[in-house]
Design a protein around this ligand. Structure first.
Ligand SMILES: [Zn+2]
Length: 424
């Protein structure tokens, strides 16, 4: 991805640097050749008379947001079954490109995939990195892995539908290894697995059900790590979280029914977690309109409460959290990602600064790129949001992209109201 040559000076706003430090009023940020070279009080900024100038209009200067669990290939589906049979790969790829552009326009300068159809992420990442299409810097995933009969194995055998475009259905460690080896060839970064079920499947794979054995999970990790890939998993039930941490997983998605033993293990191994929790509330509040049954909604209510408590436990204990998750369903459409921040402040009870830290530096840590992304500190890439307004007072400002004056990647202003719309 190209960096902006020359110098840019952003002034007239408070600085929230993403580290959790208190905001600095009347700050300045200097970007030189795409990197942050100063972020602090305006009066201490180095003189840069030749710089391009961006006026934050008394608003907020902060790091670009990081979606820690994105599904670019989900197209606002209302039923899981839609995912693999509704459209061909050609159309899903186009939709994925549109979703990537939307994410960037919403201020998400980076994203970590939580799984994709076919091998679209890898090629999407290449297209974004080569500036062919706009989108967040992407940490890729691929087709997912689930045990036979588990959450993702939803098509009845009589339909004779292959699911190789979305998930590898495995029986035993040998098949788990085979699946990972295919993903190694695909060139992905994260292997996404299903240690547990979900409220979405109340009859046979609910949120207390396991969908993979420990041996299958361990085989996935051993094979993935051998080839330098990382492993994560959809973990609701307590035993699934525990198995994942024991098997050597590199991240936990959801971590819903966390207990002290799991938390100790999470902290000891320094494993980041993405709660992906707003989805549960929106499922409860909006699910009826999309035909979710009362049993499914009740299950989401249970995972909502347990997930909120788990997130609070991890935050309090000093663990790493990334924010985001599962946008791309009918009731959580692409473009509404920043609801997650408002939800964490208003519902889960995180402070604004903690929420922003999780949604920036936390995401960068999950991606393994905290050395270059996630906060406005010297030497990091200038992925910056300039927001019209005080996000400390009103975090929901971030939900409306019209409040974004500038969305920068590597110092290049890619979106925001400062960019004039193209003339058609
Ligand atoms: Zn997901």
């Amino acid at each position: 991805m190209k960096l902006q040559p020359g110098t840019t000076l952003i002034t007239n706003g408070q600085l929230i640097d993403g580290t959790g430090a208190p905001p600095i009023p009347n700050a300045a940020v200097v970007v030189t050749d795409g990197l942050i070279t100063y972020a602090g009080p305006a009066e201490d900024a180095p003189p840069v008379p030749e710089a391009r100038k961006i006026d934050a209009k008394g608003g907020t200067i902060m790091p670009g947001l990081i979606e820690a669990h994105i599904h670019l290939t989900y197209f606002n589906v209302t039923e899981l079954q839609d995912l693999d049979i509704k459209f061909p790969v050609e159309y899903v790829t186009l939709q994925s490109g549109v979703n990537a552009k939307t994410a960037l326009e919403c201020g998400y300068t980076s994203a970590r995939s939580g799984g994709c159809l076919h091998n679209i992420d890898v090629w999407m990442r290449k297209a974004i990195e080569e500036d062919m299409i706009p989108g967040p810097r992407l940490s890729t995933s691929g087709r997912e892995i689930c045990g036979a009969g588990g959450l993702m194995d939803w098509n009845p055998d009589y339909r004779r539908i292959g699911m190789e475009g979305i998930v590898f259905i495995v029986n035993g460690p040998e098949q788990a290894r085979t699946a990972v080896r295919k993903l190694v060839k695909d060139g992905i970064e994260w292997v996404k697995t299903y240690p547990t079920g979900d409220a979405a499947s109340p009859d046979i794979n609910d949120h207390h059900t396991l969908c993979m054995t420990f041996d299958e999970m361990h085989a996935v990790v051993a094979t993935a790590h051998n080839h330098g890939l990382k492993v994560t998993g959809h973990c609701r039930a307590r035993e699934g979280i525990y198995n994942a941490l024991k098997a050597g997983y590199d991240a936990i998605e959801h971590g819903t029914f966390m207990d002290q033993e799991c938390l100790d293990l999470l902290l000891k191994r320094n494993v980041p977690m993405c709660p992906g929790l707003g989805f549960e509330l929106w499922s409860v509040e909006r699910g009826k309109d999309f035909g979710l049954s009362q049993r499914v909604i009740d299950g989401h209510q249970e995972t909502l409460e347990a997930g909120a408590e788990s997130a609070r436990m991890v935050l309090k204990a000093g663990g790493t959290l990334g924010l985001g998750g599962d946008y791309g369903f009918g009731w959580t459409p692409h473009g509404t990602y920043a609801q997650e921040l408002t939800f964490f402040v208003n519902y889960v009870g995180f402070s604004v600064l903690d929420t922003i830290k999780c949604a920036t530096l936390g995401g960068a840590k999950m991606m393994g790129r905290a050395h270059e992304l996630g906060s406005l500190e010297n030497g990091k890439l200038a992925d910056v949001l300039v927001v019209d307004g005080d996000v400390m007072k009103n975090i929901s400002l971030l939900e409306d992209r019209n409040n974004l004056l500038a969305v920068m990647q590597g110092g290049v202003v890619k979106a925001g109201t400062l960019v004039k719309p193209a003339v058609i």
